[in-house]
Ligand binder design. Structure first.
Ligand code: ATP
Ligand code: MG
Length: 351
């Protein structure tokens, strides 16, 4: 008997899919438990690939590889693939908060004014738009800028004991800026700082989050150190400018996370270059510093973000550039940085 359809079984399909790799996680889809709901109906094979993030940068490749592999099997007439996602957690944050926050990622730099908040805001919005559940915590208790950049000036209020976070562009956000008068100087003593940040985790109704992005204040002083210690971070993203002085400060920020045993997911170079009308690139602040920092520290370089006046304009009026100018070079860079970051979080969580 040589009935082709007869040789098509769940086992043969799984065996074939066990040769398809997730290029980021470097394991096959079957061992990773990513294949769900496999059904064979005559020559039609359908299954779900459960990715580790809806922001997966390689989802098209993974789907195509799986499709090609199954299509090559004898007796297959049609392959129907459904993509879903479930974000893994390294378990660090949920133990503290009792909430379902799967991963907290700090955006940091030793230096001020390099674009930490800009990166945090846009990365959060990109991840939410790709379908992840995202929170954004403004841990810059001295100069909270998240409310302005997200165009929100208050939280809805509280439910019993918990504060309800504001929401903008699909992202839940909380900032000390919501709790103090605008323009009022913020002076914190150590214990107050501890309790304020602690409350931002425990007393805010975050609900279920795949990613909590944490915008840290500049510097590597005691305040930053205790903030980073208070937050059970899954990882950190270091922002730098290309020039030497910025890199030195960013390196101090990076070393701080090392000391605290927080994984450094990568380095981003902001304000890398200016794109001129003729398409040429002009390096305003030097070149290649972010890559050099990443290389020397032995951490991944995640990407370079060009200069664009729309970034500042959007920040001032509360419309992130990925929303106002989604086709700009800056928005594209920020999108791929967000996706790469999500993939790195998954890799970290699955270690
Ligand atoms: N790629 C860019 N192109 C143009 N302007 C930018 C870019 N990135 C950031 N900016 C602008 O630079 C300023 C500083 O950025 P941002 O507030 O994000 O930095 P920061 O590191 O969070 O600063 P701080 O240390 O004060 O918290 C803002 O006005 C922002 O709009
Ligand atoms: Mg900031």
């Amino acid at each position: 008997m040589n009935n082709k359809a007869e040789s098509l079984t769940p086992e043969t399909v799984m065996a074939t899919l066990s040769k398809v790799q997730d290029p980021e996680l470097k394991k096959d889809l079957v061992s990773l438990g990513m294949i769900k709901d496999l059904l064979i109906d005559g020559g039609k094979v359908s299954f779900t690939i459960e990715l580790t993030t809806p922001a997966c940068p390689l989802k098209a490749k993974i789907e195509a590889d799986a499709r090609h592999a199954v299509e090559a099997l004898d007796g297959v007439s049609e392959v129907d693939i459904n993509l879903s996602s479930s974000v893994p957690s390294d378990g660090r944050i949920s133990t503290l908060s009792q909430q379902m926050i799967r991963n907290a990622v700090a955006v940091a730099s030793g230096k001020g004014g390099v674009g930490k908040t800009t990166v945090a805001v846009n990365v959060a919005v990109v991840l939410a738009r790709l379908g992840a559940r995202v929170g954004l915590m403004d841990a810059d208790i001295y100069g909270p800028n998240v409310p302005t950049m997200m165009g929100v000036d208050s939280i809805p209020g509280s439910t019993g004991e918990k504060l309800v976070p504001a929401e903008a562009y699909g992202v839940k956000l909380m900032s000390i800026g919501f709790l103090v008068q605008p323009g009022q100087p913020l002076i914190w003593r150590g214990p107050m700082l501890h309790s304020a940040i602690g409350q931002f985790i425990t007393d805010v109704e975050w609900g279920k989050l795949d990613y909590l992005i944490v915008d840290l204040p500049p510097g590597t002083g005691d305040a930053q150190l205790s903030l980073a210690q208070l937050m059970p971070l899954s990882g950190s993203l270091i922002v730098t400018l290309p020039q030497k002085v910025s890199i030195e400060d960013a390196r101090r920020g990076l070393e701080m996370f090392r000391t605290l045993d927080v994984p450094i997911l990568g380095v981003v170079e902001n304000m890398s270059y200016l794109e001129l009308p003729d398409g040429d690139r002009m390096d305003i602040f030097g070149q290649g510093g972010g890559e050099k920092l990443a290389r020397e520290a032995g951490v991944p370089f995640i990407g370079a973000i060009p200069l664009d006046p729309h970034v500042r304009e959007g920040g001032d009026v509360g419309v992130p550039i990925v929303v106002s100018h989604p086709d700009s070079a800056v928005a594209k860079a920020l999108t791929s940085i967000a996706q790469d970051l999500a993939a790195k979080v998954s890799i970290q969580a699955m270690r």
